[in-house]
Design a protein around this ligand. Structure first.
Ligand SMILES: [Zn+2]
Length: 424
């Protein structure tokens, strides 16, 4: 199966290249702002919204007259910046139309103060074990050798800056290599309960600890930010302090992303079906006592990773109903505990006397929910199949032995034909 995926790695530019990278990022930023101004102006005057292509054509004429320095950068800087802008602009109006609550996010002007930013290049881009060759900029050394795919067709390269470091992210079209991992035979279908105390509890008993990426560094971060705020504006000491803050933020983000990637890769490689809760993250963030802890987890990112890695690794991601009481239900007898509080880590079922670990119980409930949901889907599919085939051979197929592993095998078999076939 051909998939499109990104490979991001750190660049090791020399001084000349560093200047070029800064120049390209600056051109992209400037073009974006220029395009946004044009779009706002057009709307004010009641003209048609200029598309990315039209903006690029206008920009090419305009920059020759007014911004000759922009000619030194690749033409892709402007072109791709206008594409981003166009997407941001249409997304804003889409959000307005759909009537979602909260901020609609009108595109904002980019400022150097919010970071140097990034730019995207297309065209002839080649990767070797040690270098990546970019248009106009030339061959830039890589810090990690042998990571980028050498043979693959490169669609685009996005170069970005973070805490003084430069990164390239190649979007390539490659044959999926992740397909042939051994699946866990014992627990092909699992429920996963996500939480703050432990990041994830899987119904087969494994747990993934929460690294507390931000919480563990919060004191240090506060101290650095305080020291930054006391420095004189424009001084070089302030610059140094700002760099220290940016560095710490970068480290925190790395801890978080590392944990999430390890978790999602392991789960999607070993399991065939994963049932997760449909968490209302933006709703939970309104609880200001929990907001920091929840955003520190990166739950939205976790779910996004599960979904795309699920497609790569032949793993079906099923989302349970948002109002399914996974924590409150007893996984043994189905009794619902009405007085369960968030602080109760363990509870006793009054109906059957089971002692439950809160998170494990929730994950087992999710697993059961998933088994039932898949059974429902497969039985309707089977009915349809019988109806089409007629009474003869079809009915024999219907009456196959319903032992548990058999069912599971058949369900997974039928659903895995097309990975896009997900149901919510
Ligand atoms: Zn019970």
């Amino acid at each position: 199966m051909k998939i499109i995926r990104g490979f991001k790695t750190e660049l090791d530019p020399n001084n000349h290249q560093r200047t070029m990278l800064l120049q390209h990022a600056g051109t992209a930023r400037f073009a974006y702002n220029w395009g946004l101004e044009r779009k706002i102006e057009a709307r004010k005057n009641g003209e048609k919204n200029p598309s990315a292509m039209e903006l690029h054509r206008e920009w090419n004429v305009w920059k020759r007259e007014n911004a000759p320095w922009a000619l030194e950068s690749s033409k892709c800087c402007g072109q791709e910046a206008f594409r981003n802008l166009d997407r941001a602009y249409t997304n804003f109006f889409r959000r307005c139309k759909s009537g979602i609550k909260g901020k609609k996010g009108f595109p904002r002007f980019k400022s150097k103060r919010n970071g140097i930013g990034s730019f995207r290049l297309t065209g002839s881009i080649h990767a070797t074990d040690t270098h990546v060759k970019l248009p106009v900029i030339g061959a830039v050394r890589l810090k990690e050798h042998g990571y980028l795919p050498v043979e693959a067709r490169v669609l685009s390269a996005t170069v970005s800056e973070r805490a003084g470091r430069w990164f390239v992210s190649l979007q390539v079209e490659i044959e999926s290599q992740d397909h042939h991992h051994e699946k866990d035979e014992l627990h092909p279908l699992v429920g996963v309960d996500l939480g703050i105390k432990t990041l994830a509890v899987v119904s087969d008993g494994t747990t993934f600890e929460n690294p507390n990426a931000l919480k563990s560094k919060l004191r240090k971060l506060k101290r650095l930010q305080r020291s930054l705020s006391r420095k004189v504006k424009g001084s070089s000491n302030r610059k140094k302090a700002a760099k220290r803050v940016a560095n710490l933020h970068w480290r925190i983000a790395n801890v978080r992303s590392d944990t999430l990637h390890k978790l999602t890769t392991e789960l999607t490689r070993t399991k065939s079906v994963i049932v997760i809760e449909d968490l209302n993250v933006s709703g939970m963030l309104k609880n200001h006592c929990l907001a920091r802890a929840i955003s520190d987890l990166g739950l939205c990112e976790l779910r996004r990773q599960l979904e795309y890695k699920g497609v790569w690794n032949d793993c079906l991601i099923v989302t349970a109903d948002r109002f399914f009481p996974s924590s409150k239900t007893c996984s043994e007898c189905g009794w619902i505990n009405p007085d369960l509080k968030l602080s109760d880590r363990q509870w006793v079922c009054l109906e059957c006397g089971c002692v439950h670990d809160r998170d494990l119980n929730a994950s087992v409930n999710l697993e059961n929910w998933g088994v039932n949901a898949l059974l429902a889907v497969s039985s309707t599919e089977r009915l349809n199949a019988c109806g089409e085939e007629g009474s003869g051979s079809g009915s024999g197929h219907c009456e196959t032995d319903l032992d548990e592993s058999g069912i599971r095998h058949e369900i997974t078999g039928s659903l895995f034909c097309c990975p896009e076939n997900r149901f919510r």
